[in-house]
Design a protein around this ligand. Structure first.
Ligand SMILES: Nc1ncnc2c1ncn2[C@@H]1O[C@H](COP(=O)(O)OP(=O)(O)O)[C@@H](O)[C@H]1O
Ligand SMILES: [Mg+2]
Length: 256
């Protein structure tokens, strides 16, 4: 079962690869383009709430509740953010990954509920840096997967391993899943190594897409720290420019 509205998963099994920065800023850009967006934070670090300046109270309902109580309705965990048309399904910071069970379709079922699909046009899922049932749930629920990566030689092997998992999920669990692209982040085009890794990724996944990257920009980190997407914090920055351009590319690809 896949959701009747597009679901985009942002993943890379490495921590610090730009997943949450990409999730929060893409969510804000898609809202700016007129979409009603639900951002789902599957990473129990709970950083999406931080990046959006949303306070989560102890004991508040979270997306992780579906793994403990199958009858839990996700709609009851949705929080509004300061941005109109952008809502958050927050993470439970006390969630233990070994409690995510064996059912990899739990999230797909919960997101397909009409109480959710009728309120939104797009769902973006931020994922933990792990290869476990939480990630399988995200991939099983999705139509699209976007892989941010830092163009560093060490990250190449990680991307390769992830792609193996993606192809397995596509052939076995979710034939609707497509790879939207690989997104180099924190790039500096004048660094030779960055170019080499991106060339390697392009060569390896030639048929797939390496997107225009997100340049290194301290404004992205600062915006995150004050709980705002970069388009509100520093609208003229490189980071804001790159995320706006990325979003127009992705809108074309998703609509094709
Ligand atoms: N393009 C960028 N330029 C500068 N800093 C960045 C950029 N993208 C992400 N960061 C910073 O890098 C760190 C890791 O990014 P994050 O999105 O949290 O990664 P992940 O979610 O994969 O762990 C954060 O401190 C973030 O602010
Ligand atoms: Mg993160």
């Amino acid at each position: 079962m896949t959701c009747s509205i597009p679901v985009l998963v942002i993943t890379n099994r490495k921590g610090g690869a730009g997943k949450t920065t990409t999730s929060v800023n893409l969510a804000a850009e898609f809202v700016n383009a007129g979409e009603r967006v639900l951002l789902v934070d599957l990473d129990s670090q709970g950083h999406c709430a931080v990046g959006l300046g949303v306070k989560i109270a102890a004991g508040q309902a979270t997306v992780h509740d579906i793994f403990n109580a199958p009858s839990f309705r996700l709609v009851d965990a949705i929080c509004k953010t300061e941005i109109d048309n952008l809502s958050l399904l927050p993470a439970n910071q006390n969630f233990q990954h070994h409690n995510s069970g064996n059912d990899e379709k739990c999230l797909a079922r919960a997101l397909s509920d009409e109480t959710i699909t009728s309120q939104f046009d797009l769902i973006i899922i931020d994922t933990p840096p792990s290869l476990d049932n939480l990630l399988l749930n995200a991939l099983s629920a999705a139509h699209w997967v976007l892989v941010p990566y830092i163009p560093h030689p060490l990250s190449f092997e990680g991307v390769r391993q992830l792609v193996r998992v993606l192809f397995k999920v596509i052939s076995k669990d979710n034939t609707k899943l497509k790879i939207l692209g690989f997104l180099p982040v924190m790039t500096a085009s004048n660094v030779r190594q960055h170019r080499q890794v991106t060339e390697q990724v392009t060569k390896q996944f030639g048929a797939l897409r390496v997107l225009n990257g997100i340049r290194m920009d301290i404004k992205l980190a600062e915006a995150f720290a004050v709980g705002k997407p970069v388009r509100f914090y520093a609208p003229k920055s490189r980071g804001a420019e790159d995320f706006a351009e990325l979003t127009s590319t992705l809108i074309q690809l998703i609509k094709k």
